[in-house]
Design a protein around this ligand. Sequence first.
Ligand SMILES: Nc1ncnc2c1ncn2[C@@H]1O[C@H](COP(=O)(O)OP(=O)(O)OP(=O)(O)O)[C@@H](O)[C@H]1O
Ligand SMILES: [Mg+2]
Length: 261
Amino acid sequence: MTSFSLELGGVNIHRGNSRLISNINFQLNPGERVALLGSNGAGKSTFLEALVGLHPMSGGVYKAFGRTLKEERDFRQIWSKIGLVFQDSDDQLFCPSVIEDVAFGPINLGHCPKDARMIALATLEKLGLDGLSERITHKLSGGEKRLVSIATVLAMNPEIILLDEPTTGLDENVRQRLIDCLAKLPQALLFTSHDQYLIDHLATRAVLIKNRTLVNSILHKHPHIHVHSHKHVHPEDEPTHPHASSFDHVELYHRGDAHQS
Ligand SMILES: Nc1ncnc2c1ncn2[C@@H]1O[C@H](COP(=O)(O)OP(=O)(O)OP(=O)(O)O)[C@@H](O)[C@H]1O
Ligand SMILES: [Mg+2]
């Protein structure tokens, strides 16, 4: 019996009338956190959306939790187990207020409105968003919308979480808080990103869409001395801090680059 959360063997994914990604062989194991990489337009969003049934697949076999998914009714049976955070938050959020948006999933899972509200509030708190609960969704900033989108999926407690560029538009502190939160989750994560910091700090493995197919990618870390100067900001009334003598900054920088294997 298979132990994979997701398993694709020889699958093609289509967008509109054209085949976008061919002969995909991919497995997602429980609890692992995989970065899905590729250039703009490579098909990363399409791949994530196809995993929840939003784009057609052909050929091969696609299984989730050991069950083959083919027809729309197959996808309906796993909708609560695979949560997708869309690249565009406006595709995710549709209720008048934040609390309604985040409680929507739990209500659909059968929780009473009171319990759904409690789950929603706890989820918002986990992401440091409790102050947003009564806000009007469409008046949130771009970064706030992104975090609330993530909250709508976390509130459903799916077994697999698909995140499409989760850190776009987030400031450094909020991005770090989100990474800390995601790293603590027991669920399997598959996420797309162009954010090297996120990839370095969250991914346990990476795959890459290249030449219209999916290939394994190596995430490796190598220490190197990185000497550079850059501009940074001090508030006018804050004293400046001492800087290194001949360089503005000297850092020991550990970075994980993604390379195709
Ligand atoms: N609504 C659509 N109808 C037809 N083709 C589309 C549609 N949206 C996107 N595409 C095409 O599908 C291809 C893959 O797009 P996709 O959004 O999956 O790429 P991506 O890897 O997520 O890119 P990015 O890094 O910019 O988010 C692109 O060539 C794009 O032009
Ligand atoms: Mg995309």
